[in-house]
Design a protein around this ligand. Structure first.
Ligand code: ZN
Length: 155
C-alpha cells in the first residue's frame, strides 16, 4: 500500500518524509523541523509539537498538560492544506537559523494562512522551534514574493 503524501507539501510519501521524526528521530535541519512541525499540526502529533518547542519558547512557560491541551485545540480547530518554505538563512539578526514560510490554514472555511519567520535553536538533543514572528497575515499576496531581503528592507 502506498503511503499518503506528507502534509508538509514536500511531494514525498509521509513514511519517507516527516514520519520518522514524529516517531522519535531528530530532524537534521531547521527546515526539516519546520516541515515536520507543520505536518505534526496536520496530523495532531501534539506530543511531538510540545517536544520540539525550545525550552525557552514562550509557550513552554505553561505547564506541560496546559501546553499540550492548547496544541491539541489548535490542531483540531484548523485544517492544514499545505506549507511553502519561502526562504531560509543560516543566521538571522540574533545569530539563529531562520525559516520564512507560508503556512496555509483554514478555520471552518475561513482563511487563516500567514507568512511567518521562525527561529530555531538546538537543545541537547536536536533542533527546536525557538520562536516565530508573524510577517504577514492571510493577505500575503504572492508568497513567492516574500524573502528575507524584502523583510530586511522593510526595517
Ligand atoms: Zn514532510
Amino acid at each position: 500500500m502506498r503511503s499518503p503524501p506528507c502534509p508538509c507539501s514536500s511531494a514525498l510519501p509521509y513514511a519517507r518524509c516527516c514520519a520518522p521524526y514524529h516517531l522519535g528521530a531528530e530532524a537534521p535541519t531547521p527546515v526539516a523541523l519546520m516541515r515536520s512541525r507543520y505536518a505534526g499540526f496536520a496530523l495532531k502529533k501534539v506530543d511531538y509539537l510540545w517536544r520540539t518547542l525550545h525550552p525557552e519558547h514562550p509557550d513552554r512557560a505553561e505547564p506541560e498538560a496546559v501546553g499540550i491541551a492548547s496544541l491539541r485545540a489548535t490542531c483540531e480547530r484548523l485544517k492544514y492544506p499545505g506549507l511553502r518554505i519561502v526562504d531560509t538563512r543560516e543566521a538571522g539578526p540574533r545569530g539563529l537559523p531562520e525559516v520564512l514560510f507560508y503556512a496555509r490554514m483554514f478555520e471552518r472555511g475561513v482563511d487563516r494562512s500567514f507568512v511567518e519567520c521562525s527561529a530555531f535553536a538546538r537543545d541537547q538533543l536536536g533542533w527546536r522551534y525557538r520562536d516565530g514572528v508573524l510577517v504577514a497575515p492571510r493577505d500575503v499576496g504572492d508568497p513567492a514574493s516574500w524573502s528575507f531581503a524584502r523583510i530586511d528592507a522593510l526595517g
